[in-house]
Design a protein around this ligand. Structure first.
Ligand code: PLP
Length: 366
């Protein structure tokens, strides 16, 4: 095969990030300190203006801290999609609460508000939609449902830095919103997470939970973790923050090109009023998805990802929470989705190759 492999994702880490790390290493102070504080302020101003964010050492810890700060615990239920990465439901389960899985919509890949409302019980404490692939969930409807039933709204915005709905940024709708900084996400700090809050008391609890329950040293107020971000990671994140808007614009331009040129697959829907940041560019291939993925790779050297082939409610770890629920749209998506490369490192030639590969494979299969 003459053409180089086009990977489905490619973290961009350059000289600026290396210099920033070196600066922190040279300072001799590497644990949570001034870099983390600066990163929190800058991240909040950039993505969730008016909110305070708390930095932690992963997106998963961010969900855990957010849920605990909001008072979620044993005996509570939190409504979540099954069609997501396992961290969403894992964080709920680790608080002692029960993740209640609901179906997604038939076109969008985010939770169906009607299914959410139908799943509310006297034990429901919160609803945690996921802005999957970088597309905002139906926050208007979900907000109204949460208000009507007196439950909290949370946001798993792990994949959605900069996404918005009706001019409002994700991470500003819920009691908390979590952004992941894992290397394949739209920006990275190595590992890390950011949690936005609109309530000072929740911020205080989140900071306590992050640091063994201590605000003053050895005056521990509650039982907490060590979920601190290091200054090394924060320094990387601060450099990436200055670049992420250009990367997002590049993802969106790549997506527009694919939308205009792909044939034989269902291109990603974008809801009215939504800004999609294309963490993934996910198409549906109704017939023989796995054969399609194999042909892209074997015949065209184009990498594609399947997120996620097994819904959470059928994972060995989480199926105990599933209560024989039927989630037909979740099952259909799990069997049909393919994420094509959309990352900012793609060249024009790469994009042309992706289009040719997809259109050739779908034509051959038709
Ligand atoms: C990546 C991700 C997480 C977890 O973030 P980590 O930083 O990997 O811990 C949670 N939810 C979703 C939807 C994710 O994609």
């Amino acid at each position: 095969m003459a053409d180089a492999f086009i990977p489905p994702a490619k973290p961009i880490i350059g000289d600026d990030e290396r210099a920033a790390v070196d600066r922190v290493l040279l300072s001799g102070m590497v644990a949570q300190g001034p870099e983390v504080a600066a990163f929190e302020t800058e991240f909040a101003a950039h993505f969730v203006a008016g909110r305070t964010v708390v930095a932690v050492n992963s997106g998963t810890s961010g969900l855990h801290v957010g849920l605990l700060a909001a008072g979620v615990g044993v005996g509570d239920e939190v409504i979540v999609p099954s069609f997501t990465f396992a961290a969403t439901a894992n964080a709920v389960a680790l608080t002692g609460a029960t993740p209640v899985f609901v179906d997604i919509e038939s076109d969008q890949f985010t939770v169906d508000p009607d299914a959410v409302e139908a799943a509310i019980t006297p034990r429901t404490k919160g609803i945690m939609p996921v802005h999957l692939y970088g597309h905002p969930a139906r926050m208007r409807e979900l907000g109204a449902i949460a208000q009507k039933h007196g439950v909290l709204l949370f946001e798993d915005a792990a994949q959605a830095h900069g996404a918005a709905l009706d001019g409002r940024a994700v991470g500003t709708f819920g009691a908390f919103g979590m952004f992941s900084l894992y290397p394949t996400k739209n920006m990275t700090s190595g590992e890390g997470g950011m949690v936005s809050f609109d309530d000072v008391e929740l911020v205080r609890r989140a900071k306590l939970l992050r640091n063994q329950g201590m605000e003053k040293q050895y005056e521990n107020e509650l039982v907490g973790f060590n979920y601190r971000m290091t200054d090394i990671h924060a320094a990387i994140g601060r450099v990436q923050l200055a670049k992420v808007d250009a990367w997002t614009a590049s993802r969106q331009a790549n997506a527009a090109y694919l939308d205009a040129n792909l044939a034989g697959v269902v291109t990603p829907p974008v809801a009215e009023g939504a800004v999609h940041v294309y963490h993934q560019y996910t198409v549906r291939v109704p017939d023989d998805r796995d054969g399609f993925v194999a042909a892209l790779k074997n015949e065209h050297n184009v990498g594609a990802g399947v997120y996620y082939p097994v819904p959470n409610h059928r994972l060995p770890s989480l199926q105990g929470f599933a209560q024989n629920r039927e989630l037909p749209e979740t099952e259909r998506a799990a069997s049909e989705v393919v994420s094509l490369p959309v990352h900012p490192s793609l060249t024009d030639n790469d994009l042309e190759r992706i289009v040719t590969a997809v259109n050739t494979v779908t034509e051959a299969g038709a």
